[in-house]
Design a protein. Structure first.
Lengths: 676, 176
């Protein structure tokens, strides 16, 4: 049996090697095709596909829809797991998957959809952030490092821009279903067409998941139970384009969302939250607006709302300390609007220069705040001695937020100067003025040198900032006291990067960075938000992509990070990560993917106490995909292949969740998309 | 351990099925990016008409401005093939030459191409995002794993080229 196994392996290898046709042969096969037929040919993943990316004035990664399908990712956060230095950290409240880049939390990562930040006033990515479904994603662009010189606040350790399938990009229809573990069902429908000179596109995805509902051995009240975390999600997007104009309208809504655990680490069987975002964007882009001028204009409006449903179960009843038979109940509702206008021009009238300049205005308004609790006196804010009915504290000073608005205006200028044949210098900066804390200027400098035909060298420097969040400025929560005098967090990043095409099938990347954060906002010993100290972190990122044969691609990365201040918030994010991925088109219509993510142990800050240290672990996933023809395909995935019991660390866990937060065990998915 | 052996069996089963299911080469539905780009360039040449003044020229000079060896090799395989009764002559853009077609894969290289090399007279094809905004004629884009192209009709007219309707019809986007 073993001999036969070897023979099979060996023949397979030979088969793979022999199919490595040279270009000449392949081009000859393609030339007889008509232009239409050629446009139907799938482009295989090439070592050099992202070649232009290697010259971008930043450390950039790109994830295509194809990459997502091949790796069986069903959510944005799963798709991001293969990016060097990206860590998805599950949050206690609502199991929200925060995206960390280079060890820094989601507050320092700017997450955008079609160029618009999704961050809300009171939370990083929406009250009940669950990532984003992938069926409507065309590609994901990731910058590791600063981006405030172009994008403004939050772009300190990374910028992630999700590009969705919009008008003019797909000209067919697709319907699909996916079913899987945890009582999960997804259906989607997409349609792209042209009508009277307009390109129109529509995508819709509906998801229901019952949640993995992990067993919490002991919550803060010492109670054992399942933390329910199921929810329903609807993602609807419409776009229409004609000439230089593009209109995008989308609506996303989560409902029946069980948060599982409150921020205070109590099991919460009560909450059935919902939140929604509605976006409207009118975009104008004219690359040849006037001689040497390109022009872009954007008008965007967003409305977001959330409701905690029956309310958060802030504390269970306890005859000794919490004399409320129903426990402490906290119902919240909120809504905000965001209006943004931006105008920018690209001037190419000076030889070897591309100058982009522009400016914009943002108004964010928390126009609705409603809160009902059964434990506070709305007039005095004092805790009630005994349980009462739910009382309206919406307009009292004790509500979770005051109604406030913030405006931000900004100007930016960037010059990309091609000053010698193989040299490109990017110099830029952006000035932001906020109505609450004042101004911030963030410069950017990048030198890209095409050292040889195979080697690109980059030397970069950038500054970035993060405006204090609304919560940090004004919101009283169970665990924090606000501070209206906060200054923005700021950061300085220096980077040295090499991108090397060792052979035409092997691409290597190396980056070194130093990331100095100051005025970091964190709670002090009285749980009040303050601008605390500095954190210097430095790290390396190694990446390799090897097209071993025409059908087999291996890729991987290794990252390591050092930090000098043990008490700063992200200290316990794993410092070393390794990622390995194999993509093997072992038969013409088949694709097999295997990926493994290794994370080093969590290191605790000196403030944290834990009885359950978390060691290093590896999570592996596999996906098999079969593309029958232009219409049908099928894929099946298994995530957490070896059914590891992996946990996310909860700060000061021994006083909150002594056994930390369990992550999903092995789960499987199968999907069938159909194009027509 | 049990899980591991299960996974190994699974792997072996897949390998075995890969072998047993081995079928003769099928029609190429998937091809290397460089090859597809080269074939696309060849198609563009078929659907382009150069000004009459260039009619007497026995060759179509295809200049390749790229530092991607795979792409250069794929483009070079177009050498000596016939379009409009003329043989394609490929060359990399090192010395000043009068190009009829230029394929360029970065803004940096585009900016470095001089007028003498034919920038103003050639069918210019770009493989980087923003090429038509930089005044190029055709920009090749990858979209969901397929090739697509955008056309700057104004640039084509200034160059004196005529692009056939077959080509315009299939363009993803046309700007004037």
């Amino acid at each position: 049996m073993h001999k036969r196994t070897l023979a099979i392996l060996f023949t397979g290898l030979l088969h793979a090697l022999s199919t490595y046709a040279n270009n000449d042969e392949e081009v000859s096969e393609l030339l007889p095709l008509s232009l239409e037929e050629l446009m139907d040919v799938k482009v295989s993943i090439s070592t050099n596909t992202q070649k232009t990316l290697s010259r971008a004035p930043a450390v950039v990664s790109l994830i295509t829809a194809e990459d997502i399908k091949n790796a069986g990712a069903t959510n944005l956060t799963e798709a991001l797991q293969g990016v060097p230095g990206v860590y998805i950290r599950t949050n206690l409240f609502g199991f929200r998957p925060w995206v960390y880049v280079r060890g820094s939390g989601s507050a320092n990562v700017l997450l955008m959809v079609n160029g618009a930040p999704i961050k809300e006033f009171i939370s990083s990515s929406g009250q009940y952030w669950k990532g984003l479904p992938v069926s409507m994603i065309e590609r994901i662009e990731i910058i590791r490092g600063p981006g405030s010189a172009l994008y403004g606040s939050d772009a300190s350790s990374g910028v992630i821009n999700v590009i969705t399938k919009t008008a003019g990009k797909i000209n067919q229809s697709e319907a699909g279903v996916r079913v899987g573990s945890f009582d999960s069902q997804t259906t989607w429908l997409q349609h792209g067409t042209s009508w009277n000179g307009f390109d129109i596109n529509f995508t819709a995805e509906l998801l229901h998941t019952g949640g993995n509902n992990p067993l919490i051995e002991k919550d803060k009240a010492g109670i054992a139970g399942r933390a329910s975390n199921g929810y329903d999600n609807a993602d609807l997007r419409f776009s229409i384009a004609q000439g230089n104009w593009r209109l995008l309208a989308d609506h996303t809504q989560k409902s029946n969302l069980a948060i599982g655990l409150t921020g205070g680490a109590y099991l919460d069987p009560l909450t059935r939250g919902s939140d929604s975002q509605t976006n409207l964007a009118l975009l104008y882009k004219n690359a040849t607006f006037a001689q040497d001028w390109g022009l872009e204009a954007e008008l965007r409006y967003r409305d977001s709302a959330f409701s905690s449903g029956n309310g958060y179960f802030e504390q269970p009843p306890n005859p000794a300390s919490i004399p409320y038979p129903d426990g402490k109940i906290n119902q919240q509702r909120g809504a905000e609007s965001r209006l943004n206008f931006e105008l920018s021009g690209l001037y190419t009238g000076f030889r070897n220069h591309a100058i982009r300049l522009g400016g914009g205005y943002v108004k964010q308004d928390q126009y609705q705040v409603e809160q009902f609790v059964n434990y506070l006196n709305p007039n005095t804010g004092a805790t009630l001695a005994a349980a009462g009915p739910l009382l309206d504290i919406s307009d009292s000073p004790y509500a979770f937020l005051p109604k406030k608005a913030r405006t931000n205006s900004y100007l930016f200028l960037q010059d990309v100067w091609n000053f010698a044949a193989d040299w490109e210098l990017t110099v830029g900066g952006r000035y932001d003025n906020y109505s609450d804390f004042g101004g911030a200027f963030n410069p950017r400098l990048a030198l890209v040198w095409q050292t040889t035909d195979r080697l690109t060298t980059k030397l970069m420097y950038g500054e970035a900032f993060r405006a204090p969040s609304y919560g940090e400025l004004y919101a009283h929560t169970a665990t924090s006291i606000p501070n209206a005098a906060l200054l923005p967090e700021s950061s300085k990043t220096s980077e040295l990067g090499f991108s090397y095409l060792a052979t035409r099938d092997l691409k290597l990347g190396f980056n070194y960075y130093q990331f100095i954060q100051s005025n970091i906002i964190a709670t002090d010993s009285t749980t009040t938000y303050q601008n605390t100290g500095e954190l210097t972190s430095s790290g390396i990122e190694l990446e390799a992509l090897w097209q071993a044969t025409k059908t087999l691609r291996l890729s991987g990365s290794l990252t390591d990070r050092k930090e000098d201040a043990p008490n700063v918030r992200s200290f316990n994010v794993p410092k070393q990560q390794a990622y390995l991925r194999a993509d093997w088109a072992f038969q013409p219509k088949w694709h097999w993917n295997l990926q493994a993510n290794w994370l080093s142990k969590h290191i605790y800050s000196t403030r944290d106490i834990t009885s359950q240290p978390l060691g290093a672990y590896t999570l592996a996933d596999t996906t098999l995909r079969y593309v029958h023809d232009k219409q049908w395909e099928f894929s099946a995935s298994m995530r957490n292949l070896f059914d590891k019991d992996v946990r996310e660390y909860v700060p000061t866990s021994s006083t909150k969740l002594p056994y930390n937060l369990p992550l999903p065990r092995r789960n499987v998915y199968a999907e069938i998309p159909y194009k027509f | 351990m049990k899980l591991f052996s299960r996974a190994r069996n699974y792997l072996l089963a897949m390998l075995a099925s890969s072998l047993l299911g081995f079928a003769p080469a099928q029609a190429a539905e998937v091809a290397a990016e460089a090859s597809v780009r080269a074939a696309l360039v060849f198609n563009f040449l078929k659907f382009t008409e150069w000004p009459a003044a260039l009619e007497s020229n026995p060759h179509l000079q295809l200049c390749i401005a790229s530092s991607d060896p795979e792409l250069v090799s794929a483009m070079e395989s177009l050498n000596a093939r016939q379009v409009h009764g003329k043989a394609i002559l490929t060359m990399t853009l090192r010395q000043p030459v009068d190009c009829d077609v230029i394929y360029v894969d970065s803004r940096q290289r585009w900016n470095n191409i001089s007028e003498a090399q034919g920038k103003a007279h050639a069918l210019t094809i770009g493989g980087y995002a923003g090429f038509i905004a930089d005044g190029g004629v055709i920009e090749i884009v990858l979209q969901e794993g397929n090739v697509r192209f955008d056309i700057n009709l104004g640039a084509a007219k200034r160059t004196g080229l005529r692009l056939y309707p077959q080509l315009l019809k299939l363009a993803r986007r046309i700007v004037e």
